[in-house]
Each structure stands twice: as structure tokens, then as C-alpha cells.
Design a protein around this ligand. Sequence first.
Ligand SMILES: [Zn+2]
Length: 420
Amino acid sequence: MLHSMGSPGESEGHPVNGSTTAGSIFKIIRDHGPLYGNDIVRRTGLAKSTVSAYLERLVSVGLVREEIPEGGKRRKLKVAESAGYVVGVALGQTHLEVALCDLEAEIIETVGGEVDLVRETPETVLTRVVEYAHELERRAGLGPSSLFGIGLGLPSPVDYTRRMPVTPPVMPGWDRFPVASFLANEFTCPVFVDNDVNVMALAERDKGAATEIASDSDCFLLVKAGTGIGAGIVINGEIYRGAKGAAGDIGHIGIDGDDTLCRCGNIGCLEAVAGGRALAYRAEAAARSDRSPFLAEALGKGIPISPELLARGAASGDEECLRLIISAGKYIGDTLAKLVNFFNPSFIVINGRLANLGERFIASIRESVYRRSTPLATADLVIKKSSLLERAGTTGAAILVLDEVFSHRNVGRLMRRFAG
Ligand SMILES: [Zn+2]
């Protein structure tokens, strides 16, 4: 394909690990840049002249730019972060957040508002997504073709190939609703849809825990603990979605010996025992039974029960708040221990509203995992709270787009578009 634009000596079809040459070089710069030309030559194993020719092309079409590091003389190459933009959308059950991001998935600006996914139709909610995205385009003064793509994270299982939610348990009106084609009618760029937990895992891979933990961290779990509990599974840097896109639905793994009824119809599911709703229910019971003076006082003042409130209670010395936090952590940790034995991740990062239960919650998860997993699997295992928190949804949705748009095969096409 690159021949048509007078490409360097080698054809685009020449494979580097089964990919296109331009795409491979661009991916290396995306993943590891800023890099010196020599580093890129070393990482591709291609001839220096070939790499130089492609780099010149990537720079001339504006996808890559040169940068001289402070105090240095030689140029480094990095993604031209302002060559285009992507929109990342995080859709929760009660909140919608839309972010305009650059080509390194850095958030430039966001717009958000309340939604009710159970009651509102997909058309109503997605129309608001369109309005917010246009609003961001307007504010940034973007032209009609500045957007490279739109990514959405949905709180539902998603058929990734067909880009639509499937059998969502809490939002029945969304079952098989053609989310991507609805949005594609309003924009000229491609639209990608995935489960919110997978999207958050991408954010941890490129912008969060994986970049903070100095280890070989290509295999990890992102756990979103909120009303529901789910896990994003990253294997060798890629999201693992499973045969039908249902991988990581750990909220419905059974807790041995528990018979709490779950909204899925089963009994003893992790989220029915340790999810946000279960925790709020127990906290309210504790407030009414005088086991917790702190919660009783909050209830009296009409303050709603929240993870943040429980964390404050525990910090102020309320034993019942602390007990509730530790018990939720223990249930989640016991389940994660089984996954650790099975999957041997290099780290587990915790996000979602329950992460706001604080360090005692994370410590309780850690203790259960260490107690119940094999020593080899926990030897260097790190379990930590996400540092991205609310940003993970929109950032991850932007990365979803960038991964697709800048896949090996697409970079050649993009180069043509830019050159044309
Ligand atoms: Zn269940």
C-alpha cells in the first residue's frame, strides 16, 4: 500500500512479527518513545536505511515528531501527540463522562453529566454523548476530520467484534443496541465499544499501575469493585475477552457456604456478599442496631451511606466501620486468591467506588490473597489501589481507539490519508 505514495524500498507487506513495517515502527515509538533512531533499529531488527526511510515518512506525514532532549544533541522520535484527537467515553449507571484526548491519550478537556441507564433509552443517552463530543470539538476549535476515533466503555458485557452490548443484566433496553453504528451516523471517524472494566485495564497498562511498578508487568488484573465487581484480564499486554466476551465477570463467582441471593438469580455470588449494595445494606443495619455510633449519627443526619463515609468512620475509630471494610476486602481477596493461583498475574490493581474504602480495604485484600495463594504466585505480586481512579474510564476508552486506529495494519492507511 505504501508503494502508492512512493514508499521506501521495502513493501508495507513485509512482515515484522506478522505486521506492517510502518505500523511496527510506529507501535515501538508509541509504546517506548521518545526513542533514538538507533533504539528503533535495534528493536525492529531491520536495516538502518529502512528504518530511516520509514521514520522520515512518518515525520513528514505528521504522525511522529522529532525532539531534542534537554542538554542532548541527537534527536529523539515520539508520537506527534497533537496530530489528531480521540474521544473517550465512560458510561456508568448514573454518570456519563466524555473526554477529548490527544494521540498519547492525555485528557485535554472533559464534559460530564448524570444519566440513568436503567430508565433512559440508549438513543437518549447516546444523543447526549454526541452533544458532549461536539461540545468538546467546538471548545477545542477542531475541524471536521480532526477526530481519529471514539471509544466507549459500557457497564455491560460487550460483543467486541459487533461493537454492541449483549445481555446487560441491569440495562435491558441496551441488549444488542447498535451503539457504534448509532454514533457513526454522527461522526466520520470509527467507533469502538468495550466493557468498562476492559477499558480501565488498558488505562492501567499505558498510564497507570503498569508504568508505576518496575517489573515485568505484561500480565495483570484490574479489579473494578463497585455495585458490581468485575476484572479486566491483561495477558502479554493485550486484553483477554474470552470466547464470548464474558471473561473477567468475577462478581458472580460463588463464595463457599454463603446463601445470599444475587440479582443474577444465583446465591452466594461475590458481589451479592461484598459489592457496594451489600456493603451499604450491612452498614445501614449496623447503624440501626447501635453497633456503630458513627453510622447511627450519620443516618440520623440523613447522610447517605457511601464507601467514603465508611472510610471516615474507620479512620475515626468506629470498630464496626472497620469490620465492614475488612470483611469486604476478605471476601474479594479470597476470590482473587483463586485467580492468582490460576493466572499468576504480576500485579492486581483495584479501582471502582470501593477503592475509596481506603488502605485498610486494600490491606485486607492483600492479606487474604497472600494467605490463600501459592508462595510462587505471590512471590513478587503487587496489589495496589489505582492511581488513575475516575480518569481510568475515559483514558482507557481513548487508548482503546488508539490501539485500533494505530494497529500495525492501519498505520499505513493513516499515512496515506495524511499524505493525501
Ligand atoms: Zn450473581
